[in-house]
Design a protein around this ligand. Structure first.
Ligand code: CU
Ligand code: ZN
Length: 396
């Protein structure tokens, strides 16, 4: 953005059309949901956003899902949280401006935001075994863009930090180029945004981390966004039997829609029930998508002797530990962890979106509520009440 008639953010704001002074970065005013104080509702307000610097991109958000991680951070339960910050990380939108040196996206491209970037150059990016890009972790974790500064600030005042490198509870955001996945323009952005976090996490856990083989038996613990994504991923991989376990009949019905063949109500008997269903052996692949360590243990214990793989997708509370009886491992079970489904986001998210467009992934049932940015706190309330799978903010 900056000087010139093509600054969409400025035209969006109407009156602020005075030309930017030379050698000073242009700022625009946007609406954003700011975490001001832990445990208090987010404050939707005007903030200033500076233009993208080298390697950065200005994105106009079209849609953004409301995810547990946002609520977890807002609550103050996350000890690494900080304020003030603009939350949100499940975004999809349109590129409105690029900084110097940006070559992989251009004006008008449709993008999904990635809290897990892909620089393509670090030792992890060059290795097929992991998606944990090392390029900007430190700055991102502290709420800064890679150069150690923020583009967000109070109107005429102090900086406000970014969140997960994304800050998508905002009309516009500035993000590193390496944290944007360019997707097909055919994909509705209010559906594509789910690929920015939960849905891809579940799909990837089955398709990338576990690499489920055709004909296998899978068990998915938890039928939230991630668990339902894992069910869909198992189906896409050709699993023969997909057992989904949850406490809610409503969510279990959604799991059936994604390809689950058997539905179980969760509880202390879940392991025994899985064993009973599998001739006493357990499942080829199990997935944990609740974040509860007791359920993680069940996922390990219901994996098959000899080769069963238990993949942990849920995020446990700080300091909690997973109890595993070593005999389970000695007799051939393996435990894996999966972050963002093991997906290298820039390469693989666009492919998943293409599979959605080809009719292979049914995204609509996940979207239970559509909200405005001003209603973001309502999204948290709905999540707390376990009402639906996802609320999506639609920016007008
Ligand atoms: Cu998320
Ligand atoms: Zn990297």
């Amino acid at each position: 953005m900056g000087a010139g008639p093509s600054c969409p953010a400025q035209s969006h704001l109407g009156g602020r059309a005075s030309p930017a002074p030379l050698r000073k970065l242009a700022h625009v005013r946007i609406k954003a949901a700011v975490l001001e104080e832990f445990g208090a509702p987010l404050a939707v307000q005007e903030v200033e956003l500076a233009e993208p610097r080298a390697g950065e991109v200005l994105v106009r958000l079209v849609a953004c899902g409301v995810c547990h991680t946002d609520m977890y951070t807002a609550s103050g339960a996350d000890p690494s949280g900080y304020a003030p910050a603009v939350l949100g990380h499940e975004g999809a939108g349109v590129v409105e401006a690029v900084g110097d040196g940006v070559t992989s996206v251009e004006l008008g491209d449709h993008v999904v935001t990635l809290f897990s970037p892909q620089c393509g150059e670090c030792i992890h990016c060059r290795d097929q075994r992991t998606n944990l890009c090392l390029a900007i972790r430190e700055q991102q974790n502290q709420g800064y863009l890679p150069d150690g500064t923020t583009r967000i600030s109070r109107v005429g005042g102090d900086p406000i930090r970014h969140f997960m490198g994304t800050s998508t509870f905002a009309e516009y955001t500035v993000m590193p180029e390496i944290a944007l996945a360019k997707i097909s323009k055919d994909a509705p952005l209010d559906r594509a945004c789910l690929f920015a976090c939960g849905l891809s996490t579940g799909l990837g856990a089955a398709m990338k981390t576990a690499k489920v083989e055709p004909g296998s038996t899978c068990v998915v613990f938890g039928a939230g966004m991630v668990g339902l994504g894992a069910v869909a991923g198992c189906r896409l991989q050709g699993a023969e039997r997909i057992v989904c376990i949850d406490l809610s009949q409503e969510r279990l019905e959604l799991a059936r829609g994604q390809g689950a063949t058997d539905l179980l109500t969760g509880g202390p008997d879940a392991v025994q029930e899985v064993l009973d269903m599998t001739g006493g052996f357990g499942a080829d692949y199990t997935f944990e998508a609740t974040g509860l360590v007791a359920v993680m243990r069940q996922a390990v214990e219901s994996a098959r002797m000899g080769w069963g793989l238990a993949t942990m997708c849920g995020v446990a509370g700080r300091g909690e530990t997973l109890d595993v009886i070593p005999r389970y491992l000695i007799t051939g079970r393996r435990v894996a962890g999966s972050s963002f489904g093991g997906l290298k986001g820039r390469d693989e998210v666009p492919k998943l979106v293409d599979r959605y467009l080809a009719g292979e992934i049914d995204v609509d049932p996940f979207i239970s509520h559509t909200l405005t940015l001003a209603e973001v706190n309502r999204g948290f309330e709905l999540m707390e009440a376990q009402d639906g799978i996802r609320s999506v903010i639609a920016f007008s």
